[in-house]
Design a protein around this ligand. Structure first.
Ligand SMILES: [Zn+2]
Length: 505
C-alpha cells in the first residue's frame, strides 16, 4: 500500500466519523466501505466482482453515470454490505464447497447462512445454488483495503485475496489446492445479445464466440450459459483432498436430455471411480492419471431434484479418499406435442420398447479410445425441421414419450453423412427407425441415422467424419422423406445439437 493511499484512506475514515450532518445517502458511507484504486486494465465490472458487488452498486456509490469513464488511479468507494444491499450479495455454490467453507470465506457462520436462506438445518446445498450472504448483526471488523494477489506460504500459485477479514485464517485450505480459479458463467437473459454481453464484461464478441464455441452467434437462447473468459471468481470455498487441483462441473446445473462434463485435475496420478443417478460412471483418464473426465447424459424423464455425485480417488499407495457434490437436475425446456392417430396407426408399446431396449444395449458399451476431437458435424445438407426433446402424447395419453432425435427434411437420395469418425456397430432395418446405422465414436458416444432409403456401410466398418454412409428416405415409421438423427451417450438419448455446438469433454 502506498503512503499516499494510506493518507487518503485516513482522511476518508475521519470524514466518515466527523460529519454527522451528512445526508442519509452519505451516512451509509461509514466504516462499511473500502477504497479501491483503479488499476490498468480494470473496468467497473471487474472491480465490482472482486468485492462481490454489481457494477451498478459501485457506480451508484461513486455517482458514476458513464461506466466507461473511470480512469487508472481513480479512487472508488466500495460499499461493503451496507443495509439494503445485503439481500443482493449472493454466492453461487461450486463443486467442492460446503456450507461451512462458504460461511468461513465470508466470515459468517453456517447458522447465519441457514437462517438467511431458509434452509433446514443439515439440508444439503448443491452446485449452482445461489446462497444469500449477509453481513450479520455484528459490527464489521476493520475493513481491509487493497486487493492484491497473495503468494501462498508454500509457494503455490497465488490466490486472490478478498475483502473478507477471515481469509487469512482460511487461506491454508485455499492455498493447498493450488490454483483456485473458477469459471464465471453468464446466463443469457431475455433481450441479451453477444454484443451487449461483451460490453458488460469488457470482451469482444469474438472472444465469447471462441470460448463458447458458438456456431451461430445470432441464435442465443434465454437461459443459455456462456463462459466468460479471463474472470476469476472472487470467492471460492472449496474443501477438497490435497491431491485435487480443480473440480469442475459444466454446466453447473444439469438439464434432462442434455449432456454434462465433469473434470477433476489432480497433482499426482490417481484412479478415479464414481456414481451418479444410480449408475457407475465411465471415467476417462488422461495425462498419466492426472486428468479425469466423465461425460454424463441425463435421461429425459429424470425427476427434477438434487442428486449426489460420488467420486472415489484411489492413490498409488492403496489409500483412497472420496469427493462428492450435489447436482441439481432441471427440465430441459422442451415443447409439447399432442398427436392423434387411427387405432391401426398406433404402435403397440411393446414394439417401441423392444427397439429402445436394443439401442440402449448397443450404445451402453464403452470404447476407451475416442475417434473425435471436435464438435459433431451435421449429418445432412438439409433443413432441420424438428428438434430433440419435444414431449409427445398419443391420443390423449400422458406426455410419456419424446422426440429422440433431430429431423432433417431432404429429398430422397440426399446424402447422409457421418457426424464424426467412428466404427459402424449396426446397419440394419428396424421396425420404427427403418434402415438405421449406428456409429460408435468411443468414450460412450454414439450417433444414429434412421429412415434411410439406403445404407452404404456395414457393421464393423470404420468411417470418417463427413463420409457418405447412406441416403435420406422414408423407411420405418415415417410420414415422409427425412433423416432422423440421434446421439446416445452411455446408453442415454441426449440432445444432438448440444454436441454440434459444444466440444466435449
Ligand atoms: Zn425424428
Amino acid at each position: 500500500m502506498t503512503k499516499h493511499f494510506r493518507s487518503v484512506l485516513a482522511i476518508l475514515l475521519m470524514c466518515a466519523g466527523m460529519l454527522p450532518w451528512l445526508s442519509r445517502a452519505q451516512e451509509q458511507i461509514d466504516a462499511r466501505f473500502t477504497v479501491h484504486v483503479v488499476q490498468r486494465g480494470e473496468n467497473l465490472f471487474r472491480i465490482a466482482l472482486q468485492y462481490n458487488l454489481f457494477a451498478e452498486q459501485v457506480a451508484a456509490a461513486n455517482g458514476i453515470t458513464d461506466s466507461n469513464s473511470i480512469v487508472v488511479g481513480q479512487r472508488l468507494i466500495i460499499p461493503l454490505a451496507t443495509d439494503g444491499m445485503d439481500q443482493r450479495l449472493t454466492h453461487i455454490v461450486a463443486a467442492g464447497e460446503t456450507l461451512a467453507s462458504i460461511a468461513a470465506a465470508y466470515s459468517r457462520s453456517a447458522a447465519d447462512l441457514i437462517a438467511l436462506n431458509n434452509l433446514e438445518s443439515g439440508e444439503a446445498i448443491y452446485v449452482g445454488q445461489e446462497l444469500v450472504i449477509v453481513a450479520g448483526s455484528a459490527e464489521p471488523e476493520v475493513t481491509p483495503i487493497a486487493i492484491q494477489p497473495t503468494a501462498t506460504a508454500d509457494g503455490n500459485a497465488p490466490v486472490t485475496a478478498t475483502p473478507s477479514p477471515s481469509l487469512a485464517a482460511s487461506q491454508h485450505s485455499f492455498a493447498r489446492n493450488g490454483s483456485m480459479s473458477a469459471t464465471f458463467v453468464h446466463t443469457v437473459a431475455s433481450g441479451d445479445t453477444l454484443f451487449e454481453i461483451g460490453l458488460r464484461y469488457d470482451l469482444t464478441v469474438e472472444a465469447l464466440v471462441h470460448t463458447n464455441n458458438l456456431r451461430n452467434p445470432d441464435a442465443l437462447s434465454v437461459g443459455q450459459k456462456l463462459i466468460i473468459p479471463g474472470i476469476q471468481l472472487p470467492r471460492l470455498a472449496q474443501v477438497l483432498p490435497a491431491v485435487v487441483d480443480s473440480f469442475t462441473i459444466d454446466p453447473l446445473v444439469l438439464e434432462t436430455g442434455r449432456s454434462a462434463r465433469i473434470e477433476l485435475l489432480t497433482n499426482e496420478p490417481v484412479r478415479l471411480a464414481g456414481q451418479f443417478l444410480n449408475q457407475d460412471l465411465h471415467v476417462i483418464a488422461r495425462d498419466n492419471g492426472k486428468r479425469h473426465n466423465v461425460l454424463v447424459g441425463v435421461p429425459m424423464f429424470t425427476a427434477k431434484a438434487v442428486y449426489p455425485l460420488q467420486l472415489q480417488l484411489r492413490y498409488r499407495n492403496g489409500e483412497s479418499e472420496s469427493v462428492s457434490a450435489n447436482l441439481q437436475v432441471i427440465g430441459g425446456g422442451y415443447g409439447y406435442q399432442s398427436i392423434t392417430l387411427n387405432d391401426n396407426e398406433l404402435l403397440a408399446p411393446a414394439i417401441e420398447e423392444a427397439e429402445i431396449a436394443l439401442l440402449v444395449e448397443q450404445t451402453s458399451g464403452f470404447t476407451p479410445e475416442r475417434s473425435w476431437s471436435d464438435s459433431l458435424s451435421l449429418p445432412a445438407a438439409a433443413a432441420m425441421n424438428a428438434v430433440f426433446g419435444t414431449l409427445r402424447s398419443y391420443n390423449g395419453s400422458e406426455y410419456n414419450r419424446y422426440h429422440r432425435g433431430v429431423d432433417f427434411a431432404g429429398p430422397p437420395g440426399t446424402s447422409v453423412l457421418a457426424a464424426a469418425e467412428g466404427r459402424v456397430i449396426l446397419a440394419d432395418r428396424l421396425h420404427i427407425r427403418g434402415n438405421t446405422t449406428v456409429i460408435d465414436h468411443g468414450w460412450g458416444v454414439y450417433t444414429l441415422y434412421a429412415h434411410q432409403q439406403e445404407t452404404l456401410v456395414q457393421a464393423g466398418e470404420i468411417v470418417s467424419s463427413g463420409q457418405v454412409i447412406g441416403t435420406i428416405g422414408s423407411t420405418g415409421r415415417s410420414t415422409g422423406p427425412h433423416l432422423h438423427w440421434e446421439v446416445w451417450l452411455n446408453g442415454v438419448n441426449v440432445d444432438p445439437l448440444q454436441w454440434v455446438r459444444q466440444v466435449f469433454p
